[in-house]
Design a protein around this ligand. Structure first.
Ligand SMILES: *Cc1c(COP(=O)(O)O)cnc(C)c1O
Length: 365
């Protein structure tokens, strides 16, 4: 079998990759995050060896001891970024260094080793390149890359782990919300909170999602797509969705998004939108916004648009809010003009249809 090298990563190609036709069939309208590429990247860490054993090989189940600390104590962090197909047939990553830095911050918060930014970027580059045929060409589709790290030390003791596995898997994806560009409905969660000051709200860790599941289940029962969480102290301030940041657009053309005060995940999409909106001449305020105010402003017409954003769904216009104490529509319920303009500007850069004035994109091939 061929063994090659991609930087630190020893490559053992999948001996039985999917045929061209089988891959094409799987990539035709794949259910989001349920179709996977032929390979994965792995890297191990131990106290005495540091980072070692960097590999690209066939995607396969992980083997873990029953006492591995990630299984018991939630020692897990993850990232999400995408490889985008370009008009000339090439492909590029969008701000992988920003994901790498956030991954290192998440690691620090959970007393896990910080993966150097270069190794993180190299791992996603190496995987995207060997699985290049899995980067979709369909409109709006992309290859979603999922780097993650788990504690693998074999012990029921609750001390910080000394052994870790870093892994990247990848999935070709289309639109996150079925129906594509349609606007989404949000359920206002007033009983559960997502994050408290001093907790892990700004950490991209699986535990945050597990704790938010009953709220997400309630949202789905209420006919909504996602939850909007309020702050844990006053249950008054809008924070973010279960997996996306939120923006408000006012009738004077200004934008607002809640500030990063420790309980909100610092989205790469959020950051990119703030920059692009300012480039376009919009004023963007990072300031707290009360749920009651949101409702009053939507009813008075002062608030004209709202949208959520994240790597997976990019920009999702919000059409309607439902809750025990808050029920209102945003604008006329259809995607707003400024929301659409911002989404177009961002996706044009990601898919290489527009210049990249901030140097965000890294070409793969
Ligand atoms: C990942 C995530 C986001 C969005 O971050 P992006 O970097 O834009 O993808 C927002 N909120 C939460 C809770 C997240 O986990």
């Amino acid at each position: 079998m061929d063994i090659e090298q991609h930087g630190a990563f020893a490559i053992t190609p999948n001996p039985a990759p999917l045929s061209h036709d089988a891959r094409a069939a799987q990539m035709e309208n794949p259910a989001w995050g349920r179709v996977f590429t032929d390979h994965m990247a792995t890297l191990r860490y131990s106290r005495d060896k540091g980072w070692h054993d960097a590999k690209i090989e066939a995607l396969k189940p992980l083997q873990l001891h029953a006492s591995a600390v990630s299984l018991h104590y939630g020692v897990e962090i993850f990232e999400g970024l995408k490889a985008y197909r370009l008009p000339d047939g090439g492909a590029q990553l969008f701000r992988p260094d920003a994901n790498a830095r956030r991954f290192a911050n998440s690691a620090k918060r959970l007393v896990m080793p910080e993966l150097p930014v270069d190794l993180f970027v190299e791992s996603v580059r190496a995987l995207s390149q060997i699985d290049r045929d899995w980067i979709p060409t369909a409109d709006g589709a992309s290859l979603y890359l999922r780097p993650f790290m788990i504690g693998t030390e074999e012990t029921f003791a609750t001390n910080p782990s000394g052994a870790f596995l870093y892994c990247v898997a990848a999935a070709p994806v289309g639109a996150f919300f079925s129906g594509g560009a349609q606007a989404i409905k949000l359920w206002v969660c007033e009983d559960y909170t997502r994050a408290a000051i001093g907790g892990t709200g700004e950490t991209k860790c699986g535990g945050n999602y597990a704790a938010g599941l009953p709220a997400q289940a309630e949202a789905l029962r209420q006919g909504c797509n996602q939850v909007i969480f309020l702050d844990a102290i006053e249950r008054r301030w809008v924070e973010e969705l279960g997996a996306m940041n939120v923006f408000f657009v006012f009738d004077d053309g200004t934008l607002q998004t809640p500030p990063l005060t420790g309980t909100i995940l610092p989205g790469v999409t959020r950051d990119s939108i703030i920059t692009l909106a300012r480039d376009m001449g919009y004023q963007v305020n990072e300031a707290p916004y009360a749920m009651d105010q949101w409702m009053a402003d939507a009813k008075s017409g002062r608030l004209v648009e709202a949208f959520s954003c994240g790597t997976a769904a990019v920009v999702a216009p919000i059409s309607e809010i439902k809750g025990n104490n808050h029920n209102f529509q945003i604008g006329d319920g259809t995607p707003g003009a400024i929301t659409t303009r911002i989404k177009t500007a961002l996706t044009d850069i990601q898919f290489g249809r527009a210049p990249d004035p901030h140097g965000w994109c890294q070409r793969l091939f």
